[in-house]
Write a protein that binds this ligand. Structure first.
Ligand SMILES: *Cc1c(COP(=O)(O)O)cnc(C)c1O
Length: 509
């Protein structure tokens, strides 16, 4: 299966070539020893169950327990994760997930709760949600928060739904949403999913929203703007308060994409900037595991004007303790409905609260400073050999483009592939779209200077190699990964998701 087998077995040292379970197992094997049936007969893999006989093969593979254990362990070892190495994926905040949070989330009193338990038996859990809400409201200076959205993009949708709710409640069905060009793809997608038309606002030469262009596009049919701050170029939107004033002057709402909150948490309060709503990715800023490794969570903080439209359920303080407002009639508001089963990602609330409380206010204040410091350290140590896209310091992530690779025959993609061979997860490439061949690097505050120095040394060596025109080296990368260059477009467009037995394939041909 490997392109060039260098060993007889296909394994290379301790890097195993692992076939699918269907390819290593056989239907007549099983890891379970089933007891005899009441009539004394045995259940057989040959298709008999008591007096019943299977009509045809069911196509399941069979493995013994040690084979199962090895198969899944080996697959898991192919994952690159924040626990295995440096993961400077810009816009993703791949920081360390403290093990304390995992321990808290697994405590039986929390982990074994059932969402349908009577409210009187889960007062502690509701208090925990109330406390998470308290921290998020305090850190953002906003009066309300909807906890239930299941990810950042989901939070965006809920935020826009509350904006639409508020506008429609005043009989003002506006149609347009303005989104800067540098926005994450989820922003325009969310606006369209919510029934709006999207207009792109260009960036200025400083990598910020072009204020003049934004003002020119504003009118009384604009429902809102969606601005990411700090933005996806890793820069603070210095005109943010003027943007808010201009947006409010035409009766529109200011949505802030708060995915980059990690760089300002404990230092800048969203509410003070004139923002009406903002989602917070608990899996970025508050160190809960990211999507693929566990459910995300994207609470949305809301201004007083938008709070009545928040989705259900709400935790409220009743006379005899905490209660859940689960029906529109209980709320005194006009909620946009329910957006998630039960209460949202409760396990993530536990982890995020564990993080916030163990860090403390001073710790969060320090973390955002360190995140920004680490990114600026990379900028300072790399800008003489790579091309920084914008002048001046950055926030928590640093953006380079491919001008330093000009005329070398090496592309941003080649550069990223070469990093794989060096044991680093590549940075985000080709995003944001506002610069050519983007390389967006986010080290986060949880990396040591030693790790950053080793990354810097590697990046400098690669940049030098590209400068010398060693094109073959880059075009052949990666050399040491289980698979080399994949046809990524084909993998995304026509993924093969189902294994078929070879015989079936032949019959179909
Ligand atoms: C991560 C991110 C999102 C989306 O968040 P998900 O939790 O992945 O849905 C939106 N905007 C920006 C700028 C992001 O970095």
């Amino acid at each position: 299966m490997t392109e060039t087998r260098r060993t007889t077995s296909g394994h290379e040292g301790l890097a195993f070539e692992e076939p699918l379970s269907f390819e290593i197992g056989s239907p007549d094997k099983t890891a379970v020893d089933l007891p005899r049936l009441p009539d004394g007969t045995r259940q057989h893999a040959d298709g008999t169950l008591g007096g019943l006989r299977r009509q045809g093969p069911i196509g399941l593979t069979g493995l013994s327990e040690p084979e199962v254990v090895r198969h899944y362990l080996r697959l898991s070892q192919k994952n690159f994760s924040i626990d295995s190495g440096f993961y400077p994926l810009g816009s993703c905040t791949m920081k360390h997930n403290p093990r304390l949070n995992e321990k808290l989330a697994r405590m039986p009193g929390l982990g074994d709760l059932h969402p349908l338990q009577p409210v009187a038996t889960v007062q502690g859990a509701l208090e925990l949600m109330d406390l998470v809400a308290h921290w998020l409201k305090t850190l953002t200076g906003m009066p309300a928060v909807a906890l239930s959205p299941g990810a950042g993009a989901h939070g965006e949708l809920v935020g826009l739904m509350t904006i639409r709710g508020a506008l429609e409640a005043r009989g003002d069905a506006r149609r347009r949403i303005l989104v800067p060009e540098s926005a994450h793809g989820t922003n325009p997608a969310t606006a369209v999913a919510c029934g709006y038309t999207v207009e792109a606002i260009p960036a200025n030469a400083r990598g910020r929203v072009d204020l003049k262009a934004l003002k020119a596009a504003l009118s009384d049919d604009v429902a809102g703007v969606m601005v990411t701050n700090p933005n996806t170029c890793g820069l603070f939107e210095t005109d943010v308060m003027e943007i808010a004033a201009a947006v409010h002057a035409v009766g529109a709402f200011f949505y802030c994409d708060g995915a980059n909150f990690n760089s300002i948490v404990g230092r800048v309060r969203t509410g003070d900037l004139g923002i009406d709503c903002m989602h917070i990715n608990l899996h970025k800023t508050f160190s809960t595991p990211h999507g693929g490794g566990g459910p995300g969570s994207g609470p949305v903080v809301l201004s007083a004007a938008l709070a009545p439209f928040a989705p259900l359920p709400w935790v409220v303080h009743g006379p005899d303790g905490f209660v859940l407002a689960e029906h529109a009639d209980d709320t005194g508001g006009d909620p946009v409905g329910r957006v998630k089963g039960f209460h949202g990602q409760f396990g993530m609330f536990i982890r995020a609260l564990g993080y916030m409380m163990s860090m403390g206010a001073d710790g969060l204040h320090q973390a955002s400073a360190d995140a920004v410091l680490n990114a600026n350290y990379l900028l300072a140590r790399l800008k003489d050999v790579m091309s920084a896209s914008f002048d001046g310091p950055c926030m928590h992530e640093v953006l380079f483009d491919d001008r330093f690779l000009k005329n070398t025959g090496v592309s941003t993609l080649d550069f990223a592939k070469a990093l794989l061979d060096e044991g680093f997860h590549p940075m985000t490439v080709y995003f944001p779209l506002v610069v050519h061949g983007a390389m967006l690097i986010e080290p986060t505050e949880s990396e040591s200077k030693e790790t950053l120095d080793s990354f810097i040394a590697t990046m400098r060596a690669l940049a030098e190699r590209a400068g010398k025109g060693d094109v073959d080296f880059f075009h052949e990368a990666p050399r040491f990964t289980p698979r080399r260059r994949l046809d990524e477009t084909k993998a995304a467009r026509s993924p093969v998701l189902r294994w078929r037995p070879p015989a079936v394939d032949q019959a179909a041909e």
